[in-house]
Design a protein around this ligand. Structure first.
Ligand SMILES: [Zn+2]
Length: 158
């Protein structure tokens, strides 16, 4: 998924009736895994697919979420819903990246990337253009459409 993580996080938040800072936590969680692109470009010089960083591994996200929820339940109960929203959106990001991006679903047992659909590379075409012109972009457009409809509906009701 290239463009629709943030609107997908918004849809998740709206369907859960999360508002304010909890909505914000979900929006940050929905794009959080792609902050690994900083390490990908600035540290590792694109040496491997950025979905090999732990933040794109479902098991790592689940472990972090469980630890954060446990700690917040014990010491900062008022943050529990924020952490839950952040982690749910983080996992949604990973699920959406499974469509065509590839995710290490078996990590730490295996670093293999699993995807539902392969976007084939095309000679002379940049990988980003290949993704943006593949039919899977239609799913991203649907996600954007639903998110915008929910946004405008929310604004009208406010
Ligand atoms: Zn991602």
């Amino acid at each position: 998924m290239i463009t629709a993580h943030l609107p997908a996080g918004y849809i998740l938040a709206r369907t859960q009736r999360w508002d304010g800072t909890i909505l914000a936590a979900a929006l940050v969680g929905s794009v959080f895994p792609d902050f690994d692109l900083l390490a990908f470009y600035l540290v590792d010089d694109r040496a491997f697919h950025h979905h090999h960083y732990w933040v794109h591994a479902p098991a790592f996200a689940l472990i972090c979420g469980a630890v954060a929820l446990l700690v917040s339940t014990l010491f900062a109960k008022r943050l529990s819903r924020h952490i839950m929203a952040f982690c749910a959106a983080w996992l949604l990001h990973i699920v959406l990246d499974s469509l065509a991006g590839g995710i290490m679903w078996l990590w730490p047992a295996s670093g293999e990337l699993f995807r539902i659909i392969e976007v084939p590379p095309r000679d002379g075409i940049h990988w980003l253009v290949a993704f943006l012109t593949h039919w899977t972009i239609l799913l991203e457009l649907v996600i954007w459409g639903v998110a915008l409809a929910l946004f405008w509906r929310q604004r009208r009701m406010a």
